[in-house]
Design a binder for this molecule. Structure first.
Ligand SMILES: NC(=O)c1ccc[n+]([C@@H]2O[C@H](COP(=O)([O-])OP(=O)(O)OC[C@H]3O[C@@H](n4cnc5c(N)ncnc54)[C@H](O)[C@@H]3O)[C@@H](O)[C@H]2O)c1
Length: 384
């Protein structure tokens, strides 16, 4: 196993914060870098001095966070369909990555129902192509594969899932991510033999500024309100473990550092709030405060394909092993998110907005670093 000399400043840093000394000059492959999470993550990794190569499709839609943060010229050579095994292999051989973050996916539940073949091909076949190439090239020391809270077999009880619960998934997207974890486990021994550790990162629902995907709660609501239209909510009583995008990204980076530096880690980690999932209607109520007047139309009955009624994750393992616990509660998360969209609509530069959120996040993390995880479980403290 490769163990790098630690940055001497590290001991003064709170646990659970990515270490710029670790990332400075690291060759990182980030798949999905043009997506919502990937755009934020690229910004953070590059701010720490990592040498990041992306691998994604071009950004979708008329507005793109990637373009706002990084510019379309940054895409040169980085548009690769992960279903194309040869192209993936060539690129991984050129990059010789030390760390791999695999975020690229067909990430939408409703699109999964509309096009299950594509969803399985990207999320399972694409993951296979990435891991096969990484294993063949043999340069990597850590691989983090992002899956989701939806990988668990959901019995509808509302119980917070722990990492040892059965996998399953309710719909094509969720099932594709559960099977993606089988692909991860199929490569685990092979990669371990090369001194490369791999783990799955299962994140709850992510919100934050700059997501413009279709069929996601906040982007759909913001689009409607900016057009002065009513927002028709599909499932107001669904509960989800909502968190700010910076929370799981921090988890992914700290997890990668731990995979390189120490032997004790689990095959998968949950990243989400300690509190039980929040209801969609409650989140909307909080967001709407920032978009006055913001009328929401509630459905008479629930229509459309099945989506889990409740989802909740237990993030205790990440707190224990990685020192990563959520920093922002729901109100702060929603306020930062709504504030981002409002400021963007008023002409603010997305780079300034993301940097301001990251700085506010660091400040909250440092402030809460001495609080205890039990306080966070009660939902009454900011904890790192
Ligand atoms: N957003 C959430 O709430 C959430 C929650 C849990 C897990 N996740 C997971 O986190 C990861 C990132 O999510 P996101 O919200 O940024 O998704 P996103 O849809 O915004 O971005 C998806 C990214 O994958 C890339 N991609 C899609 N198909 C591809 C293909 N065939 N070849 C190459 N690249 C391809 C896209 O170009 C884009 O860069 C995904 O794996 C997703 O399943 C997301």
């Amino acid at each position: 196993m490769l163990v790098r000399r630690r940055n001497p400043m590290r001991s003064s840093r709170p646990e659970g914060l990515p270490d710029p000394g670790f990332w400075q000059g690291r060759r990182v492959l980030l798949t999905g870098h043009t997506g919502f999470k990937g755009s934020w993550m690229l910004e953070w990794l590059e701010a720490m001095g990592a040498e990041v190569t992306g691998m994604s499709l071009a950004p979708e839609g008329p507005v793109s966070l990637f373009e706002g943060l990084h510019g379309l010229a940054r895409l040169d050579g980085e548009i690769i369909d992960i279903r194309d095994a040869d192209a993936v292999q060539r690129r991984v051989a050129e990059v010789q990555p030390e760390i791999v973050f695999h975020l690229a996916a067909q990430s939408l539940v409703r699109r999964g129902y509309a096009d299950p073949s594509m969803t399985y091909a990207v999320n399972i076949g694409g993951t296979l192509n990435v891991l096969k190439a990484v294993a063949e090239i043999g340069s990597a020391r850590a691989v983090v594969v992002t899956t989701t809270d939806k990988v668990y077999r959901n019995d509808g009880s509302g119980r917070a899932f722990v990492e040892t619960d059965l996998l399953g998934g309710d719909d094509p997207y969720s099932k594709s991510k559960a099977i993606c974890e089988m692909v991860v486990s199929a490569y685990r021994d092979h990669l371990e033999d090369q001194g490369c550790h791999i783990a799955a990162a299962r994140a709850g629902n992510v919100i934050g500024g700059g997501d413009w995907a279709a069929d996601r709660l906040i982007p759909d609501a913001v689009r409607a309100w900016e057009r002065c239209e009513k927002f028709h909510v599909r499932r107001p009583d669904a509960t989800r473990p909502f968190q700010h995008v910076l929370e799981p990204l921090r988890g992914y980076m700290v997890l990668a550092e731990k995979l390189v530096g120490i032997a004790r880690f689990a095959p998968a980690y949950n990243f989400g709030p300690f509190e039980p999932g929040a209801k969609v209607r409650d989140v909307l109520h909080l967001v709407a405060r920032h978009f006055d007047p913001a009328p929401v139309v509630y459905p008479d009955r629930i229509e459309g394909p099945h989506e889990a009624a409740t989802l909740s994750l237990d993030p205790s393992l990440a707190a224990r092993d990685l020192g990563v616990s959520p920093v922002w509660g729901l109100e702060e998360t929603v306020a930062r998110t709504a504030g981002w969209y409002r400021a963007f609509a008023d002409g603010a530069d997305p780079r300034d907005l993301c940097l301001a959120d990251r700085m506010a996040y660091f400040a909250a993390l440092l402030k809460g670093a001495t609080a205890k995880p039990e306080d966070a479980r009660d939902g009454n403290a900011e904890v790192a």
